[in-house]
Design a protein around this ligand. Structure first.
Ligand code: 5GP
Ligand code: MG
Length: 302
């Protein structure tokens, strides 16, 4: 037995550079789905010897189609053909026995999305993917970042009682997640502003102001995304005029390349490219806010 175990070592599959040569169209389709969700993958990276003859010659092995490093998972794709499934199931069972520390599973074509949904990906399948180009920030990346920001903010505001101010409505996911990472006695309030897009002359206008009196308070303005910086610039002026002790900004996304007004942002989640983003609170004509990740909207006509 010990002898057998010592032979159970994965073998790296040598590869040429460039596009992997998929053995089956469904593999390519799966790779595209993984790309869409921003999940890294490796096609057939290694083989797992399963059976040897007396001279240690490998008689049988399994080369799983995909390895997903983010999930530490090997996947072998299969069709519904029963003879194939039985054969592959046997191999997977052998692999579980010989390589117990490695996660591997058989995946039916129809289960692609269900598997990804189980790992927090794939909700779009029900709510409609049309309009989305690709996922920019996965749910996992966002969670990690929110956790980091929460730690920094908690440290900086230790002993204080900040007022979190959100500007409706894009910050809803970010603020809800972030505030639960702040073990501080905090308060929260919201304001609404008009779109500056319509009439250039009116500029930003407050349509619903804060209810909490900010005099002497430590205010932390929570923003979904800072683009030109015009909105933020206006809001900072408005909040400072209320006699707060301090006003700082925490923005999940920073589209720095588009900045016109130089505004100080103390806490930034991610710097993002100059593309139109939706999801995790961000909308396009009020749609897509409920996506658990941040995605790039497909360019019109694209
Ligand atoms: P700024 O005044 O910085 O140009 O604009 C900031 C506001 O524009 C954000 O609060 C957000 O409402 C909107 N915005 C800017 N870029 C995007 C984007 O990529 N996607 C979405 N959904 N809204 C954006
Ligand atoms: Mg906004």
């Amino acid at each position: 037995m010990t002898e057998k175990l010592s032979r159970a070592q994965p073998v790296e599959v040598s590869k040429n550079d460039g596009e992997p040569r998929f053995a089956h169209p469904s593999e390519k389709e799966f790779a595209q789905i993984l790309d869409f969700y921003g999940l890294r993958w490796d096609y057939e990276p290694r083989s797992f010897p399963l059976r040897w003859d007396d001279d240690d010659k490998v008689l049988e092995m399994l080369t799983p189609d995909f390895y997903l490093p983010d999930l530490e998972l090997y996947l072998e794709l299969t069709t519904m053909k029963q003879s194939l499934v039985t054969h592959k199931n046997r191999k997977i069972r052998l692999m579980h026995e010989l390589y117990p520390e490695i996660s591997v599973r058989l995946l039916y074509r129809k289960d692609f999305h269900r598997l990804l949904a189980k790992f927090g990906f794939g909700p779009l399948i029900e709510s409609g993917v049309e309009g989305i180009d690709r996922v920019l920030l996965t749910e996992r990346q966002i969670n990690q970042k929110v956790e980091e920001l929460g730690k920094r903010i908690s440290r900086d505001y230790a002993g204080k009682q900040p007022v979190l101010v959100g500007v409706q409505r894009g910050m809803v996911c970010f603020m809800a997640d972030l505030m639960r990472k702040l073990p501080l006695p905090l308060m929260m309030d919201f304001m609404s502003i008009s779109d500056y897009g319509g009439d250039e002359h009116t500029g930003v206008r407050i349509t619903k102001d804060l209810d909490i009196d900010l005099t002497g308070q430590d205010v932390l303005l929570i923003e979904d995304i800072v683009d030109t910086g015009m909105t933020l610039n206006y809001l900072l002026g408005h909040l400072r005029a209320k006699g707060a002790a301090s006003v700082e900004v925490c923005a999940l996304l920073d589209k720095r390349a588009r900045r016109i007004v130089d505004v100080p942002i103390k806490y930034v989640g991610f710097e993002v490219p100059d593309e139109f983003l939706v999801g995790y609170g961000l909308d396009h004509m009020e749609k897509y806010r409920n996506l658990p990740f941040v995605a790039v909207l497909r360019a019109e006509g694209g």
